[in-house]
Design a protein around this ligand. Structure first.
Ligand code: NAD
Ligand code: UDP
Length: 375
């Protein structure tokens, strides 16, 4: 059985689905501070299998000990953490507590339970401002400019020290580039709280009319069209990378870094153009000043992951954007159920139905009591 911390979240839910499809038994531990139980019900529906879910916190040692005692856990995929850069600047203690303190407690509980296989969600943010692109794993880590980035680097260092000190550990430090997109079913996807910070969720929310217009942060970067370049990676490709890392860790000891990116950079204007083509709409946007802390260009050299894990991103930008858009259209309020949808739930007849809002309502209506508690 694989323990997945943060498995109800955006990336975790896609990884849980892949684990179930590959035949693994899965236990999700999530405090639902940034996610919904509904995501896991949809994962079960897509997989045609059930999973174990415990609402709980990686910072609670007694709870972790109880889980390791109760379930035959062989390895851990560790997604749980807080991830909003701006919020981390305002509330650094929360970030160090959740991300660093939580990871430390998790490792202590794993060691005491004799579980030494761990896949950690790191980020390309640990490279800081890259000296050259593409970035390979040999590149020096930078000085993250915010507590979120610091917390990722601190956990990486903690895990490296741990693997150096105790040869029983097998640890993957997966450095994600820019995960976007959603499962092609449109049933699970990214559901940011409040106004999104990231580019694609912002674009899709402008397009459905929840936000007025996109600010393109900086059109004077030293890039071909002046806007920032990133390596966007489809969340399903990313999820699959975790399964291969998990398998690889059966054969190798120590801590190993793998970049998970496509190796292709795309600018903000390019994303807008592809989005407009797919949706056949015009996206309202304006060129705005640079956002503080942003870098001009960042994309991965993913060849180490291909060579060592046999992993390669398969989905291109068009699929990423089309899938994100399908998710947004089918779930205009994400996993939250709006008053409008609640009304439609009351009115849903027993006969077959169609339409996106109704579909969302029915999905929720068939959920378990914890999902209904969210209504
Ligand atoms: P997410 O917020 O959707 O998922 C994180 C999950 O962890 C949520 O379900 C949340 O409820 C849970 N959680 C938070 N603190 C917890 C705690 N103390 N105990 C138990 N559960 C807790 O975020 P995501 O985008 O799926 O990111 C997953 C991981 O990947 C995070 O560690 C994040 O830092 C990392 N990462 C994300 C990105 C990105 O762009 N999304 C990029 C690089 C790295
Ligand atoms: N970006 C933008 N407008 C937004 C959000 C992001 O122009 O509302 C740009 C940002 O400057 C960067 C790119 O889009 O060049 C990706 O930003 P995101 O926040 O998604 O990822 P990160 O900066 O963490 O790589």
């Amino acid at each position: 059985m694989i323990l997945v911390t943060g498995g109800a979240g955006y990336i975790g839910s896609h990884a849980v689905l892949e684990l179930l499809l590959a035949g693994h038994d899965v236990l999700v531990l999530d405090n639902l501070c940034n996610s919904s139980r509904i995501a896991l019900q949809r994962v079960e529906q897509l997989a045609g299998r059930t999973l174990h879910f415990v609402k709980g916190d990686i910072r609670r040692r007694a709870q972790l000990d109880a889980l390791f005692a109760q379930y035959p856990i062989e390895a851990v995929l560790h997604f749980a953490g807080l991830k909003a850069v701006g919020e981390s600047v305002r509330h650094p203690l929360n970030y160090y507590d959740n991300n660093v303190g939580g990871s430390l407690t998790l490792c202590q509980a794993m060691a005491d339970a004799g579980v030494f296989r761990l896949v950690f969600s790191s980020s390309a943010t640990v490279y800081g401002t890259p000296a050259t692109v593409p970035i390979n794993e040999q590149a020096a880590t930078g000085l993250p400019t915010n507590p979120y980035g610091q917390s990722k680097l601190m956990v990486e260092n903690l895990l490296r020290d741990l693997a150096n000190a105790d040869p029983r550990w097998s640890i993957a430090l997966l450095r994600y580039f820019n995960p976007i997109g959603a499962h092609e079913s449109g049933l699970i996807g990214e559901d940011p709280c409040g106004i999104p910070n990231n580019l694609l969720p912002y674009i899709t929310q402008v397009a459905i009319g929840r936000l007025e217009q996109l600010n393109v942060y900086g059109a004077d970067y030293p890039t071909p069209d002046g806007t920032g370049i990133r390596d966007y990676i489809h969340v399903v490709d990313l999820a699959k990378g975790h399964l291969l890392a998990l398998e690889k860790l059966r054969q190798v000891k120590g801590a190993h870094i793998w970049n998970l990116g496509t190796g292709q950079g795309h600018s903000v204007l390019e994303l807008i153009r592809v989005f407009e083509e797919i949706t056949q709409t015009r996206l309202p946007y304006r060129l705005a000043p640079r956002r503080e802390g942003d870098i001009a260009a960042c994309w991965a050299d993913p060849t180490k992951a291909e060579r060592e894990l046999g992993w390669k991103a398969e989905r291109g930008l068009t699929a990423m954007i089309a899938d994100a858009w399908r998710w947004q259209v089918q779930n205009p309020s994400g996993y939250r159920v709006t008053d409008r949808v609640k009304e439609s739930i009351k009115r849903i007849p027993a006969s077959p139905i169609s339409g996106n809002i109704q579909r969302e309502a029915v999905m929720t209506r068939t959920g378990t009591s914890s999902a209904n508690a969210l209504l």
